[in-house]
Design a protein around this ligand. Sequence first.
Ligand code: HEM
Length: 207
Amino acid sequence: MLNGGTHTTSATIEWAVTETIRHPRILEKAQQELEAVVGLHRRVEESDLEKLPYLQCIVKETLRRHPPAPLLVPHMSTQACKVGGYDVPKGTTVFVNAYAIGMDQSYWENPLEFLPERFAGTAVDVRGQDFELLPFGSGRRSCPAMTMGLKTAQLAVSSLFHAFDWSAEIPRAVKDLTTDEGFCSPLWPETPLLKAVATPKLSKDAY
Ligand code: HEM
């Protein structure tokens, strides 16, 4: 519970902010949406999230490009079955590579590119019904807290983009923000996001 409930969400938030700082166009578009929907005189609330489609696309794209649990958790077949055309004998441990699925070129155009717009106007969701995108797994053993994880990440990311302008402290730092994953679970950015500078942008009555 503790591991599944903490690092997954915070890695998602850190990846979303890292990718957005690397792509100022995306930050600008997200901030325009936030200013139009929320304004600058109050802070984002959970009830705003459903009115922020572009922000939702950013979090979806983060979970596709950087799923915090890339191999889900090991599943064991309780009976012989077929998965993806393969015969799986009873008692087999199966690892589902959600990372590879999200990078599969037969489902995703330019899969390495961080492009939230790929979700605009599509019904593809992250909750386990669309098999080309499974950051929370699927079926009975999928993440029991996917709604909580998703809302927490969306609220944190939208609050950070809404209340602050973001830049890297020194020009070199933007280049240093790679999209390489460190080797651990969940997958964290190899370059920690320590060099970002946040400049407050809300009016004083919002605090
Ligand atoms: C963005 C946030 C999160 C992501 C991406 C995520 C992802 C996952 C994944 C991929 C699994 C394994 C599913 C499978 O193997 O089919 C899982 C299981 C689990 N998650 Fe999450 N999770 C997140 C947030 C949370 C939170 C906030 C909690 C608790 C408060 C939580 C608790 C659990 C638990 C207890 C399991 C094990 C369920 C079981 O074995 O039946 N997760 N999660």
